[in-house]
Design a protein around this ligand. Structure first.
Ligand code: HDD
Length: 713
């Protein structure tokens, strides 16, 4: 067989390499030696032999049997046979990006960590976002916790902040992690469901483990269906320590706050997206970076002085508790910007290996028993996932700091150590490499000398025993629409649970202790008797509400990077399209023109406008808002087009801002939609933009939600 060989493609990143990006990213420079560009190169075997024929196996005659000596075919197939590596046990589905972190100022009073000292210094980072439950090919928008793992390539070694988009966790002790993961993963007999927690084993476990109550209510909230990875907060979850040059230690909790604001999809939209665009989140992140809309997060810490460790009505070592921001505000440390997509998904996103135990001088652990277990688990999992203990040598994992020690050999060793002495002390190699004593700056790592005087026991601290007060605080802190979403999520998930005793246990023994109204509403939706009281006396928190927890208070205040669909058919008012596009661009938002098909649409004055996609190709769930320009013929065509009408109804149902210009108002009348703060009509595009943009800035028209329920899904 002979096939036509296509011309070599230009690298996808060609042209986007500005000198600034290349120069400022030391990690990318260190990756340079490993990046392979085949442009203009001969096809060769792994031994470097040029290949003359890549189409045909070596055979005894053109119709004869294949020959074992064909080393070219065997090498190729053997390599292919081993292309897959085990996926991560949890967080298998993910995506990543490169960027940098920059401190706002010198934070030496707080920590001696070098990357937090010099505001002029850009520390390279690689971030991997993930879902938890589903396998590598599962949907992005399922209801789940999102992983938020950041590797800082500091001059003093790698620091990994391996967090989630929720500030607490399901369990208090690492020994329960395999139990929790086995429960949340798909059912063992039929491997259903993929990517979700709406099944018996999950609810069986969490209804028997009250310490999960707080995290589960976060997972039933809108936080579990983020609109994009760019609009998620991140949390280090555990309490850590920051230590300064004088050896003073303070407890801290790490927070990431996105400059795009924190917001979510609506549930019906999330479910549809899981089918219509499985890659919705990774695509959004990829496109934002390609377009130069670099996502940003502010890193901050809540600081607790050592002497105040016991001042709270919870234990700061308990990973099922937050420190409310109203009690300890966040001190901003610096900003992270993601400005470069990976060159190769497998080499970078799949092979990156995080571990909470990767810390640098100036940072240390607390005794949170969940964190302590994690310090062991991550390195251990990489050994089987990445095929041995040399995973730190993979290009994406290599520190920018030099690595010298006596560790040798093992599978996949790539470093060629030149010295003779792989032990310490030695005199043969002049004693090198040598220890570095701890110092104010650039010293060797020294653990914080915390005094421990205790009996060796297996026991949960009494201070970890309150499981409901913060779950209640979370529910009380939600806006009305967020509370409704939580009730709906519990009802949906428990409705999928087959065993009624599990549903009842969750309602009576967990939800009733969080909030009776919540429990009653869910019981009603499940057809269960409504509980009249909780099963225990729940501790009172010092705070009734924490406004910082509600996403209603976390809007960005602008419409930057928001996506608007413009629906048009032949005869559309071209000037209205131009005016709206210009106004959106001026605000940093993006518009896409969609037609009934992928063919150009003709404007009323006869111009052919190329469209970005057909309405079916880019459905309403891919956008934040919809604009329909006037033009009598265009509106007549859209009025008779089921796809266009569904587009508007669906955007309305998902509470999106819709602006109807000129004749497009007829569509509102046809679909019998009531005007509201997010559904606007007018003859003048200029006058429409302000209320339209205000509505987009509100993220969704929440007041519409009760009415939107009547719209068929
Ligand atoms: Fe974990 C992966 C976050 C508890 C054991 N975890 C993993 C990832 C994130 C988290 C973001 C994906 C990293 C990546 O993108 O490669 N995990 C958390 C958080 C936890 C947590 C925020 C609680 C606060 N994890 C936890 C415990 C254990 C593990 C208690 C075990 C005792 N986690 C793992 C793991 C994974 C992992 C099995 C799977 C793949 C990997 O590590 O590299 O070792």
């Amino acid at each position: 067989m002979s096939i036509k060989k296509p011309a070599p493609e230009k690298s996808a990143m060609a042209g986007t390499d500005t000198p600034d990006r290349a120069n400022t990213n030391a990690k990318l420079e260190s990756l340079e030696a490993f990046r392979s560009d085949a442009t203009g190169q001969a096809l060769r075997t792994n031994q470097g032999v040029k290949i003359a024929d890549n189409q045909n196996t070596l055979k005894a005659g053109p119709r004869g049997p294949s020959l074992l000596e064909d080393f070219i075919m065997r090498e190729k197939i053997t390599h292919f046979d081993h292309e897959r590596i085990p996926e991560r046990i949890v967080h298998a589905r993910g995506t990543g990006a490169h960027g940098f972190f920059q401190a706002y100022e010198n934070h030496s009073a707080l920590t001696k960590a070098g990357f937090l000292q010099d505001p002029g210094k850009k520390t390279p980072v690689f971030v991997r976002f993930s879902t938890v439950q589903g396998p590598r090919g599962s949907g992005d928008t399922v209801r789940d916790v999102r992983g938020f793992a950041v590797k800082f390539f500091t001059d003093e070694g790698n620091f990994d902040l391996v967090g989630n988009n929720m500030p607490v966790f399901f369990i208090q002790d690492a020994i329960k992690f395999p139990d929790f993961v086995h429960a949340v993963k798909p059912e063992p007999h039929n491997e259903i469901p993929t990517g979700g927690s709406a099944h018996d084993t999950f609810w069986d476990f969490v209804s028997l483990v009250p310490e999960s109550a707080h995290m589960v209510i976060w997972a039933m909230s809108d936080r579990a269906i983020p609109k994009s990875l760019r609009s998620m907060q991140g949390f280090g979850v555990h309490t850590f320590r920051l230590i300064n040059a004088e050896g003073k230690s303070r407890f801290v909790k790490f927070h990431w706050r996105p400059s795009a604001g924190t917001c979510s999809l609506v549930w019906d939209e999330a479910q549809k997206l899981a089918g219509k665009d499985t890659d919705f989140h990774r695509r959004d992140l990829w496109e934002a970076i390609e377009m130069g809309d670099y996502p940003e997060w502010e890193l901050g810490v809540q600081i607790v002085e050592e002497e105040n460790e016991h001042d709270f009505d919870f234990d700061i070592l308990d990973p099922t508790k937050i420190i409310p921001e109203e009690i300890v505000p966040i001190t901003p440390l610096g900003k992270m910007t993601l400005n470069r997509n990976p060159d190769n998904f497998f080499a970078e996103v799949e092979q990156v290996a995080f571990c909470p135990g990767h810390i640098v001088p100036g940072i240390d652990f607390s005794n949170d028993p969940l964190l302590q277990g994690r310090l062991f688990s991550y390195t251990d999992t990489q050994i089987s996932r990445l095929g041995g203990p040399n995973f730190h040598e993979l290009p994406i994992n290599r520190p920018v700091a030099p690595v010298h020690n006596g560790q040798r050999d093992a599978q996949h060793r790539t470093t060629i150590d030149k010295g003779r002495a792989s032990y310490e002390p030695n005199s043969i190699d002049g004693g090198w490499p040598k220890e570095t004593p701890p110092a104010a700056q650039d010293g060797g790592f020294e653990s914080y000398p915390e005094r421990i005087d205790a009996a060796k026991i297996r026991q949960r601290s009494e201070s970890f025993s309150d499981h409901f007060s913060q779950a209640r605080l979370f529910f009380n802190s939600m806006s009305d629409h967020e509370k409704e979403h939580i009730i709906a999520a519990y009802s949906f998930e428990l409705g999928k649970v087959e065993r009624e005793f599990i549903r009842a246990r969750q309602v009576n023994e967990i939800l009733a202790n969080i909030d009776l109204t919540l429990a009653k509403r869910v019981a009603e939706n499940l057809g269960l008797p409504a509980p009249t009281q909780g099963t225990i006396e729940v501790r009172k928190t010092s705070l009734e509400r924490s406004p910082a927890l509600s996403q209603a208070n976390l809007l960005p205040g602008d419409i930057k990077t928001r996506k608007v669909a413009i629906l048009a058919a032949n005869g559309v008012d071209g000037a209205a399209i131009d005016a709206m596009k210009k106004a959106l661009e001026a605000e940093g938002a993006h518009a896409k023109l969609l037609g009934p098909t992928s063919a150009p649409v003709k404007t009323a004055d006869g111009k052919a406008l190329p469209v970005d996609a057909s309405m079916e190709g880019l459905p309403s769930v891919a956008f934040d808002a919809v604009f329909v320009p006037g033009g009598a013929a265009s509106i007549k065509a859209l009025s008779g087009d089921g796809v266009a009408l569904h587009y508007l109804l669906e955007a309305y149902k998902h509470l999106k801002a819709i602006a109807l210009h000129g004749e497009a108002k007829q569509l509102q009348d046809l679909l019998k939609l009531d005007a509201d703060a997010g559904l606007l009509a007018g003859a003048d595009v200029g006058a429409l933009t302000k209320p339209f943009f205000d509505a987009i800035g509100q993220h969704r028209a929440w007041a519409r939600e009760p009415k939107a329920k009547a719209i068929p899904a």
